[in-house]
Design a protein around this ligand. Structure first.
Ligand SMILES: [Zn+2]
Length: 101
């Protein structure tokens, strides 16, 4: 990846940026309490795309633009380690179930 977490999406050739909140609040998927999210900033859109590290891919869901591209999941995890952010994946509780204590 380029410095500053910028990289070129090999699908479109567009310059994108891996965004990891500097305060350590980021999670790969947004939590129910609205905590920060790790995502990909892409051209012409204000929505951070979701990253599927297991698929080496990212996707901008509705109400975003639907952009999809490729990113190395291993590099995402390395970048998270480099920024000393604990890997935290939050899975929302199903309706009727209590959330984590
Ligand atoms: Zn988008």
């Amino acid at each position: 990846m380029l410095p500053g977490h910028h990289f070129i999406d090999p699908v479109s050739g567009a310059a994108c940026e891996l965004v990891i909140p500097a305060d350590g609040s980021g999670a790969l998927y947004p939590s129910a309490d609205g905590a920060g999210k790790i995502g990909v900033r892409h051209p012409g859109c204000q929505v951070l795309a979701d990253i599927a590290v297991e698929l080496d891919a990212f996707y901008c869901p509705p109400p975003g633009c639907g952009y999809s591209g490729r990113i190395s999941g291993v590099q995402v995890l390395d970048m998270m380690r480099e920024t000393r952010i604990a890997i935290r994946v939050t899975i929302p509780p199903r309706a009727g179930q209590a959330g984590p204590a």
